[in-house]
Design a protein around this ligand. Sequence first.
Ligand code: F6P
Length: 407
Amino acid sequence: MSKKLVGACIFGQSGGPTSVINASAYGVIRTALDTPEITKVYGAANGVVGILNETLYDMSLEDAAELELLLNTPSSALGSCRYKIGDDDLARILEVFKKYDIRYFFYNGGNDSMDTCNKVSAYMEKVGYECRVMGVPKTIDNDLFGTDHCPGYGSAAKYIATTVAEVYKDANVYDTGMVVIIEIMGRHAGWLTGAAALAGLSDAAPDLIYLPEIPFETEKFLSDIEEVYKRKNNCIVAVSEGISYADGSLVSQANPSQTDGFGHAQLGGLASRLAEYAKTRTGAKVRGIELSLLQRCAAHIASQTDIDEAFLAGKSAVEYAVGGGTGKMVAFTREYIDGKYHCGIAFQDLSCTANVENKVPREWINESGNYVTEDFIKYALPLIQGENTRKIENGLPRFAKLKKVKV
Ligand code: F6P
């Protein structure tokens, strides 16, 4: 049995928001508030940045019903950041941890956030300060290593599949035909773009899908579109924002000089550029649609499976740490019991997950590199299941209103 550790905890969110990251927040905060070993529950404003500048919220002062609404509130309720910590920052974090007697640190984010979490964990161990550090996964990109899937992916995938199906319906009305190019997020991994194929289950499948895992060739892309358009008088294309040429250069980089704290290029604007090329080539009516932020916080169509699992990830992180665990990221496993999908919990070393991107396997992409296979669909389908019943006021979603009382 591991030693009982009594003290306060800090929870922070980092990276791009999702529809369900606040469900993980609720999982951590609610469980921590109900755990006797955890004496105080602090929320960091804008992730690690809030720890560095000591902007912490006292989560015990929140109304319990409002906190619960976090389950259905998209975006990062405490604010987020894309900040890469340096050595000086680690010393400062220790100072803050000592000041507030922080013995538990829960960090909710993607690859870069797991890097932060891993550094904090290693540093606390090095200096001999007892603090249990846990990563709580999130990312619509679904590219975290060591987990079957990531909280946030299922909801974004559901939004994408539904939107592609609806666009398909819209784009098939005229006798004159049309080409539509839909740009989907996901940076270097094609999990989200591949989810467009799920629209096929509503008889509204896109015709072509281009993932960043396959080097992009403009000529092949245009001849693929031309072939479909000639045959069907219509063509719906899903393309990842992160596609790059064989030399590694990105087809789209909204502003080459603009990168975030981790050096990632800001992507976007690809759909309209590719639409121009397709228009010139086919002479068709062409529209380019960039799903952009619409796909990230589309909580109105969140997957209930995703919400439940996101909550479970947060709750499991607290329970594991209180039980003596540290230096891990909560991960999901997948089982089929009597043919029914079941999500299990595992714990992965932070050092293994930090900065490693999990890509779509080559065998889940067709030989031509312009669609995903049946295995991909089987993988993604259970993750978009379940309809969310959320609180509505004035015909609109009622999101959590937190007081965010500063300490
Ligand atoms: O969080 C991941 C992600 O949503 C990527 O899919 C996307 O490329 C990136 O964030 C966009 O980041 P930002 O919000 O900083 O523009």
